[in-house]
Design a protein around this ligand. Sequence first.
Ligand code: ADP
Ligand code: MG
Length: 386
Amino acid sequence: MSFFEAQGVTRRYAGTSEDAIHAIDISLDAGDSLVLVGESGSGKTTFLRCIAGFEIPDRGTIRCQDRWWVSPTEWLPPEKRGIGMLFQDYALFPHLRVGANIAFGLRHLTRAEQEQTVARTLDQVRLTGYAERYPHQLSGGQQQRVALARALAAHPRLLLLDEPFSNLDEMVKAEIREEIYGLLRTLGIATISVVHDSRDALRCGDQIALLHRGRLLQVASPQDLYLRPASCYAARFLGPANLVPAERKAGAYHCALGVLPAPHDPRPPAQGWLCIRPEHLYMEAAKTSDVPSIAISCMIRSCHFLGPYWEIHLNPHLLHPQTTLLNASSPPTNHSRRLDTCSKDASLPAQGVEASWVAHLPTHAPPTPHTTATFYVSPHHLCWIE
Ligand code: ADP
Ligand code: MG
């Protein structure tokens, strides 16, 4: 039995015609970290509020260990769920000192026990000696650590975090993110976090749940979601993806790049897409691989130095130029279509968009713009999306 399980959780707000979240299924093992990602308005906060007990789902069940939080016959109020919460705005009491903020929920304890808990949790978040300060005397990162200390003081079994880093600048954010998730992992506290940046999601989650318009598109480990996305939408939500419409039949992909080898698949032929990540396009064929690389002749449009790699914008030369490829860098677009039936065309651009690919090259000598160059991709790195 998993530590935490939500099944079929659905919530529609009064006066609206669509479910804010629809039939969400999630499960979590003890001590694990689940990250909810999705565009603004996709239902992340609504789902988190249903878990916390601030919203009552219209349908569905929620269980933690052997206790029902939400079932057809039961509803456990938030204060009985044993959860801690961390928000982007820290939610500290401005008129209370750090120590009093942390001790706020501990009135059932003796004075000495409260002091012990304040000292322990301040030590855990590396703020020993800050108990007498007021929140306005702390940086944003320190305020977030106090908020974490306050959450930890109540010994939560599950911590809910709603965009906890969005008010912090990049450098502080990286440090706090490592610190908070490292500490929670060490303490064995399970977490469900809302994150809107896909890079944060990859870093923080044992599992990532991608929501779109209130529906769960895919739940997977960071590696699986990135390397084996189940839809074009998921592929492009996690980062640039070069997408080629293709037909899979008889052990091959037939597409505008030619006839490419495909792994054996006993299922009938199907239409779909090939996804190639920018870092899987190389300027040299792999020498050690058991399968030959696929060569793709490309026109180089521009090269941009981005520190760890060069970002190369290019146009692949196609065997069938009438085939529309997907522009690698345009963001996923919203569609009026229902996404529970979503598959390949979740983010089709308008017809006629120029086929523009992106490659990431960790090299000191990028190709020259406005020349033709050959790029290579290993068949191992073709991801099939149906
Ligand atoms: P996210 O956190 O992913 O940005 P939300 O859960 O806040 O998304 O919102 C999901 C959808 O529900 C949105 O369409 C939003 O407008 C709607 N919504 C959120 N809260 C309310 C509310 N209190 N009343 C009506 N609609 C709401
Ligand atoms: Mg939100």
